[in-house]
Design a protein around this ligand. Structure first.
Ligand SMILES: [Zn+2]
Ligand SMILES: [Zn+2]
Length: 354
């Protein structure tokens, strides 16, 4: 038995969950013991692919396999390989595709996660963006039926087209009957006469899409924006998952953010602080702003420009733009400068007021 779950499922290390699940589904339906009665080799294969999927569908186990390159190096996984029986495999298979539940519960598709970076203007005002996403959609070769277009679908023999079968399970309470989705047809009541050559019967294909998204003002790093139904289509009949935009980084340029306020630090000279000066603040929206700093402004003093900051995410209003004046004290002086300052130091106006 190969102990490399990627090889077992025939997937690549970089493949996402939806792709891996699709690969597993295809193999699982091929080797499912109900389809291969009495075939020991198919049974072993079914157990092996289910084990492989259990590792790759668990982010923690997958990460550890990627690091060590071997399931044997991981004690709990070695156990897993040893003590994994047919019942375990069947139960896992049912859990994965939701067959264990009553009736035909189709599960939703996986979420598609996209990382984005924003700039100052987008955060201040909000924006509309084209977001590129690669997601699984219904195969265009078969319209998502999984069947070869020239051969179509036929009624599932196992469930007689009902999509459900009754099974009897032995439990502590005795034999119990339950209704589950038919494993041959996945609850659809029909099976492909011949599988679609495009998707190999997985019913899905990977497509690159551009989606126009309105990004609200006021978001920041670490925020998630969820777009319902824009994620991966599932291999069964469930609804698509969501698209999740994860804001990884915001470039605030020359500003710092404090809640919905923007802070702008400027350095002015000591005479400018005393005399007053005009500074230029780089554009927050479209144009730079000129601001007069009053004479006598103190180091670290804040000048607040009301409602010129970031638009609030929920509700109305806007934060402020806060200018903070840092005053530069000269580190070197010429003889002449020194004598001027010494003269000024005698003046009452140059004594710190309390
Ligand atoms: Zn069926
Ligand atoms: Zn197809």
């Amino acid at each position: 038995m190969s102990h490399n779950p990627y090889e077992v499922l025939g997937v690549d290390r970089g493949d996402d969950q939806a792709t891996i699940k699709g690969a597993y589904r295809k193999l699982a339906l091929q080797y499912h013991p109900d389809r291969n009665p009495g075939d020991r080799a198919a049974e072993e294969k079914f157990k092996e692919i289910t084990q492989a999927y259990e590792i790759l569908s668990d982010p923690e186990k997958r990460r550890r396999f990627d690091m060590t390159g071997s399931a044997d190096a991981m004690p709990d996984m070695a156990d897993f390989f040893g003590g994994f029986g047919m019942d375990d495999a069947l139960r896992a298979f049912q859990d994965i595709f939701g067959f264990g539940r009553s009736g035909t519960t189709a599960s939703a598709g996986e979420d598609a996660v996209v990382d984005i970076e924003l700039d100052l203007r987008e955060v201040v005002l909000g924006s509309t963006r084209e977001i590129s996403v690669t997601r699984n959609e219904h195969c265009s070769g078969c319209d998502g039926t999984g069947a070869h277009p020239d051969h179509g679908l036929s009624r599932c023999e196992r469930c007689g087209g009902q999509g459900r079968i009754r099974t009897v399970r032995r439990t502590l309470l005795g034999a119990m009957q339950s209704v589950t989705a038919c494993p041959d047809c996945g609850g659809r009541g029909s099976v492909p006469v011949k599988v679609c050559p495009e998707c190999g019967g997985t019913r899905l294909e990977s497509r690159d899409r551009k989606i126009s998204v309105d990004l609200p003002a006021g978001v920041s790093e670490g925020h998630f924006i969820r777009l319902r139904g824009q994620g991966h289509f599932p291999p069964d009949d469930g609804p698509p998952g969501d698209m999740i935009l994860r804001i990884r980084n915001v470039d605030y340029g020359d500003f710092q953010r404090d809640g919905y306020d923007l802070l702008y630090r400027t350095r002015i000279s000591f005479p400018q602080a005393a005399l007053g000066t005009r500074i230029t603040i780089p554009p927050v929206e479209d144009e730079a702003t000129e601001v007069d700093l009053p004479s006598g402004i103190q180091p670290g003093e804040r000048l607040v420009l009301k409602r010129k900051g970031i638009r609030k995410l929920k509700g109305f209003g806007r934060g402020d733009l806060v200018v903070i004046a840092d005053v530069y004290v000269p580190e070197k002086l010429s003889r002449k400068e020194k004598s001027v300052l010494q003269e000024l130091d005698g003046s009452d106006h140059f004594k710190p007021s309390s």
